[in-house]
Design a protein around this ligand. Sequence first.
Ligand SMILES: [Cu+2]
Length: 166
Amino acid sequence: MFWKSLLSMLGVLVVSLAIGAACTGASASRIVPVALTLAELKGSTSTAKLAPPAEDITKLSAGYGYKAPGYDNADKEKWEVATYVFLPSSVTVKKSDKVNLRVFGINGDLHAARLLDPHGKVVGSPMVWNRGREYTFSFVAEKSGVYRLVCDSHSPTMEATFYALP
Ligand SMILES: [Cu+2]
């Protein structure tokens, strides 16, 4: 009799737990690992091949760099341009995904970054990333739309987008 009652109670408990889990509608969020690199792309040529830009390109974006002809004493004609980027610069996820980011700084001594949700609201705390360090942070894509990771030190060109699909 005791065992029969105990089994009956356990049966009710199991059914209750199953109904409870179904009613919460909670689905396990998918975890998306993303390794992000803070990088600087560079290009150079000589005045013999191509004239340097007529305007100061560093005024177009804080993310642009320029070294005028002669900056390199070994080559008086060489000039160089650069830009800071996030690599990769776009990632597609789904709404409710948890994005686990590992960020590593290759170039640029300092990157002041913040993550904006699809409505432009800052997600979490602003971050400061330095060269030669690895950082981790996570966010849940609670809304569908475009999340923007913006580096204010190299705005507007240093930006990564996370497209959260519905
Ligand atoms: Cu930056």
